[in-house]
Design a protein around this ligand. Structure first.
Ligand code: PGA
Length: 255
């Protein structure tokens, strides 16, 4: 498996942080810091920040994503946002299946699959999150859990459509806890996910797909993590909220 066939993607996941005005100010600060990046740079922001983010990133190398989308095109789903709405705005990416959606908002492998389908059908690029909780790791069933999440989410996704999917391996025990997976742990699971893709599709698809690591990645540990052969960048929560830290991570993935 060759790492240099894939472009690393560093994506910020702001979660429920920053108002629209704060988003604009942050992006103005970030733009010069990441202008020379050789990896892809994405910021995934709250729905209400999207327009400001699109305006502020115009003409720069920073791409904009949403943090979720619904599976229906429209309808009686109070509080939800549909994929065509995001696509019409010019949003390029969407995070699907984040562990916080799974833990607090009833997201299941099936709804992750439906949302992934809607995103793909509307031309959005998906950052698909998978990951085990601590008990599952301790039970030794990480591969089973992550494998199943990946297989269900990709049900019905063709090899051609897979080009618009990034997988983010995010061990739930590492998210927002300051407890990062070791580079070896990240590599092990990322590599396993690649073998799942090879079985579902073929070796070519497995070599081409970007698989990120996420979970307490920061300015200090990023270089070692993204240096691993199967770790193609990262999905960054806390450290994406500070421009200098996020830029350091982008620089680490640009080496
Ligand atoms: P964290 O979050 O970097 O704050 O651990 C990562 C994520 O939830 O995507």
């Amino acid at each position: 498996m060759k790492k240099d066939v894939r472009k690393a993607v560093i994506a910020g996941n702001w979660k429920m942080n920053k108002t629209p005005a704060e988003a604009t100010a942050f992006i103005e600060e970030l733009k010069p810091l990441v202008a020379d990046a050789s990896c892809d740079v994405v910021i995934c922001v709250p729905f209400v920040d999207l327009q400001n983010a699109l305006d502020a990133t115009k003409g720069s190398n920073i791409k904009v994503g949403a943090e979720n989308c619904h599976w229906a095109t429209n309808g009686a789903f109070t509080g939800e946002v549909a994929a065509p709405m995001l696509a019409e705005m010019g949003v390029e990416y969407v995070v699907i299946g984040h562990s916080e959606r799974r833990a607090y908002f009833g997201e299941t492998d099936e709804t992750v699959q439906m949302r992934t389908r809607a995103a793909i059908d509307n031309g959005l690029k998906v950052i698909l999150c998978v990951g085990e909780v601590l008990e599952q790791r301790e039970q030794g069933i990480t591969e089973e859990v992550v494998g199943l999440q990946t297989k269900v989410a990709l049900g019905g996704v063709s090899k051609e459509e897979l080009k618009n999917i990034i997988i983010a391996y995010e061990p739930v025990w590492a998210i927002g806890t300051g407890k990062t997976a070791t580079p070896e742990q990240a590599e092990e699971v990322n590599h396993y996910i690649r073998t799942v893709i090879a079985k579902l599709y073929d070796d070519e698809a497995a070599e081409a797909i970007t698989i990120q690591y996420g979970g307490s990645m920061n300015a200090k540990n990023a270089e070692e993590l993204v240096g691993k052969v199967d770790v193609d960048g990262g999905l960054i929560g806390g450290a994406s909220l500070k421009s200098a830290d996020f830029a350091t991570i982008v620089a680490a993935a640009s080496k």
